[in-house]
Write a new protein. Structure first.
Length: 166
């Protein structure tokens, strides 16, 4: 493969994965969970920190069906008026094979439980440590995701959790 072909292949991979990461955030922020889980492989694994997010306690959700159940759980995702935005940045990729890649992206999460406009302070900042797989139809999907929180505004989190309980 020539240098130009290699560069073109890397750019195509980056565009496809960036589109996947941005689409994931868009669907998550709008509560479109049925569509969101389709961005994952059938055998996906999602490791996430457990509330109150201040320890190293994690849980791993295995399989798209279990992920679908988790997003449908009102205890995890209460049906309250909510505005969320995940701002994605710093995507770093490494191709592992024609149909596999890994990546790390940084997210800044804003969340407000309620209606109207909220103060624009980030609730949390963290990383998604991902493994991607290309499906038979050519679409890239998330095979494995580890959610890591680097910074947490505990005061905003507590206010959001209390509002969700009301």
């Amino acid at each position: 493969m020539s240098l130009a072909e290699d560069r073109a292949a890397r750019l195509l991979l980056r565009a496809a994965i960036e589109e996947l990461v941005v689409e994931h955030s868009y669907l998550l922020d709008r509560g479109r969970f049925a569509e969101l889980v389709e961005l994952y492989t059938d055998d996906c694994e999602v490791t996430r920190p457990l509330p109150p997010f201040t320890s190293s306690a994690n849980e791993t959700i295995r399989g798209r069906a279990a992920l679908r159940e988790w997003y449908a759980n009102p205890a995890a995702w209460p049906p309250t008026p909510r505005t969320m935005r995940h701002v994605m940045s710093n995507l770093r990729l490494a191709a592992a094979a024609e149909d596999r890649a890994s990546g790390l992206s940084t997210w800044t999460g804003y969340r407000y439980e309620g209606e109207g406009i909220s103060t624009a302070l980030p609730m949390a900042v963290g990383d998604y440590e991902d493994e991607y797989r290309r499906a038979a139809d050519g679409r890239w999907q998330i095979r494995r995701r580890k959610i890591v929180i680097a910074f947490l505004n505990q005061q905003l989190l507590e206010a959001a959790m209390n509002a969700a309980k009301s």
